[in-house]
Design a protein around this ligand. Structure first.
Ligand SMILES: C[S@@+](CC[C@H](N)C(=O)[O-])C[C@H]1O[C@@H](n2cnc3c(N)ncnc32)[C@H](O)[C@@H]1O
Length: 271
């Protein structure tokens, strides 16, 4: 089996490692709507005609927009120069983090800082303090990877994507009748709620599950959701079919790298 395509960013909850288990459960549709797109692992590994890529993290979406909508800037600077500018020492890392948090630079610089921080920070985490400042420490990697191949293939795939920074409720309001929806929120009970300053509570999980059920009832869209086994009852009670899978961990707060159970909850669409 061919290896899955990797993503530009390291991302907690990335679906790269479980893409083959997820693929058969993804909606069959012309366009896939992804309200929690994160590293875009699903877009990088599927062939829908169109995508609506959304996430609440403004830094993430701004980086995608710079890469997808202005690739000439990247090509004109040249990957070699970009690679050489990855200075892997703690002084440069913390200096870049400070510059990023001042938010005085151009969108291009901010995008580049975000990618640099992601590749050099501890465990590829994306965490902010209450003031909205990125606060992940230096990761001390010997050979940080520069995702040149992934940037090139993202540029290509993003030609078929609309990319927006939205809360999930606003993204769901853009779902058309024949769209498929794939939701991958921060997992229930995972502790990984700090992708941006607000967390994702049990009440948010319940509101999301009910909103997805409503869309399926009213518009007939196919819906697929990833979550932890803690969410099984919530989705099963709403009539979703639950599939349990073993997922290798990518990033774990406590260094636990044993496979973890996950669920894929599915509501079939109206054909
Ligand atoms: C589990 S990750 C998604 C991972 C993604 N499927 C991948 O393969 O990389 C969850 C994502 O939800 C986003 N998120 C958290 N709260 C959100 C909200 N209220 N609305 C939209 N996106 C949100 C986070 O920024 C994060 O990127």
């Amino acid at each position: 089996m061919a290896k899955p395509n990797k993503t530009i960013l390291k991302w907690a909850g990335s679906k790269v490692r479980i893409i083959e288990q997820l693929r058969p459960h993804l909606p069959k549709a012309r366009r896939l709507v992804e309200p929690f797109a994160g590293s875009c692992a699903v877009m990088m590994n599927t062939d829908y005609e169109r995508y609506l890529i959304a996430d609440v993290n403004q830094d993430l979406i701004d980086m995608y927009l710079v890469i997808a909508r202005d690739p000439d800037t990247i090509y004109s600077i040249g990957f070699e120069k970009l690679i050489l500018s990855i200075q892997n020492d703690s002084k440069t890392y913390y200096g870049t983090r400070d510059a990023f948090n001042k938010r005085h630079k151009s969108k291009y610089d901010q995008a580049w800082f975000f990618l640099y921080l992601n590749r050099l920070c501890y465990n590829g985490l994306c965490r902010y303090n209450k003031k909205g400042e990125f606060n992940v420490p230096y990761g001390k990697y010997k050979n940080p990877y520069f995702p040149e191949k992934e940037i090139i293939s993202f540029i290509d795939r993003a030609k078929n994507a609309d990319i927006v920074c939205l809360e999930w409720q606003d993204t769901l309001s853009l779902v058309d009748f024949d769209d498929g929806v794939y939701c991958d929120p921060p997992y229930m009970g995972s502790g990984f709620t700090q992708y941006h300053t607000a967390g994702f509570s049990d009440a948010d999980h319940e509101a999301l599950a009910i909103a997805l059920k409503d869309i399926n009832d009213i518009q007939g869209n196919s819906i697929t959701v990833s979550n932890s086994p803690e969410a099984t009852e919530l989705y099963a009670d709403l009539g979703f079919t639950i599939h349990e899978i073993d997922a290798p961990r990518t990033i774990s707060a406590k260094g636990n790298r044993k496979p973890a159970k996950e669920i894929i909850a599915v509501l079939e669409g109206v054909k």
